[in-house]
Design a protein around this ligand. Sequence first.
Ligand code: G16
Length: 502
Amino acid sequence: MAQFEEVSQKSAYGTAGFRTNSKQLDHVMFRMGLLATLRSKKTKATIGVMVTASHNPEEDNGVKLVDTMGEMVTPAWEGYATQLANTEQEGLLTALKDVIDREAISMAQEASVFVSKDTRPSSESLSQAVLDGVHALESHSKGALTLGFNYTLIFDCWFELQKLVSSYKQVPNRTDDQKALLVDGANGIGALKVCEMETYLKKELQLSLFNDGSSGKLNHLCGADYVKVQQKGPIGVEMSAGERCCSCDGDADRIVYYYCDSAGRFHLLDGRQDCHPHQHIPQRTAGLDLQIAVVQTAYANGSSTRYLEDTMKVIVRCTETGVKHLHHAAQEFDIGVYFEANGHGTVLFTRDSNTNDKRENAALLLQNTVNLINQTVGDAISDMLLIEAVLTIRGMTVKQWDAIYTDLPNRQLKVKVADRSVIGTTNAERRTVSPAGLQEAIDSLVNKHRQARSFVRPSGTEDVVRVYAEADTQESADALAHEVSLAVYRIAGGVGEEAKPL
Ligand code: G16
């Protein structure tokens, strides 16, 4: 059984569970094994536990609980998770009993917990610590290697892969010169799955895989987060002008597309995922009378929001960062398209398209699209196939996709502060309410730039405060991001050196 360590630091169940340096996680893993078992007894269903730190550096790790339908657990259970993770060893039994009483759990009920892990070296022993927790409450458990939390319970199932592949095969064939796609596997589990899929799709797509994990380090100078934040291509990928390229992240639940133009300029298509399936779906739903909406976060480029509202004329909602928030908001519509600018997302169909409908053709085409999508929660592989399908059906090159609107130049920075929880936010994280004076400082900095917007929020996966800024020029966006990061540093208790201008 995993040894408990003294719980010295307060750990909180963040954007995607607990995440920190892997050396500090043994006791958290054990306790999440206990809690997952209780959740399974309560729901009388299988619960997933995913051991991953996704986009974080290889040295980090993390854990998140996956509820009965593949979604994140409710805020009440996140609260129990935080409580258990922070309880000293001697208080653990009392804390467990508290959850059992509050949730009226029958301990006689059998439990089933599936544990999955990513490819990090620490994932082996940490997933064992989860299993130790499960076995401590005497339930059955299974372990499986998985692609990401979205795939915890399904992707290792061969049928799921086949479903995606055979749905993709329904897409009309594209011309040979448009078949090539360069894929950066971030040296993670996505690379393994792309490899597997490649063999089934040889005729339809010419996939070239880079950063396949055979030599490089996970997420190091590659992967979706690196490409998005650094706004440059990953190591090891030689891009010819106009060639489609994409990167997934460490656990393959994000995908970002990009290309280089003939002048060697890098183009990131990060904000376009939500417009992309969205452009496709109205055609597919012609005459079907379905309410469609797009859910974004504050990171969505201002141009994408304007394009969706003014040109596409669709409902746009903004939520806090985190798939769990976007997913719930998207469920309120017949068709909810949700994408974060960093590459997570999917499309939810909450109302069945009725194939007996007179407009059978539209319904059938919509059904094909549904089969290509992982609705439990988005994943890089199905999102990639969806994007490829839409580009093919619409006969669009990556350049034409890029040209649907012009992004406002933007910049993201990170600031180290002593305690990032001092930053309180409101209005879907677009404004701060604490510490005093910070929002006023941001407002006055934003006013110095044109078409500018900026916000700051504490990350839920890294020990940093994130700064986002956009403006009419890249110089202006860079300057604003830097100025706002200094305001955070000075007002919110920055540590280490002040950031230098970009
Ligand atoms: C997780 C969440 C995402 C979120 C990201 C960054 O992604 O699933 O919804 O956008 O963290 O969150 P934050 O800005 O709070 O650090 P991943 O890919 O790291 O699991």
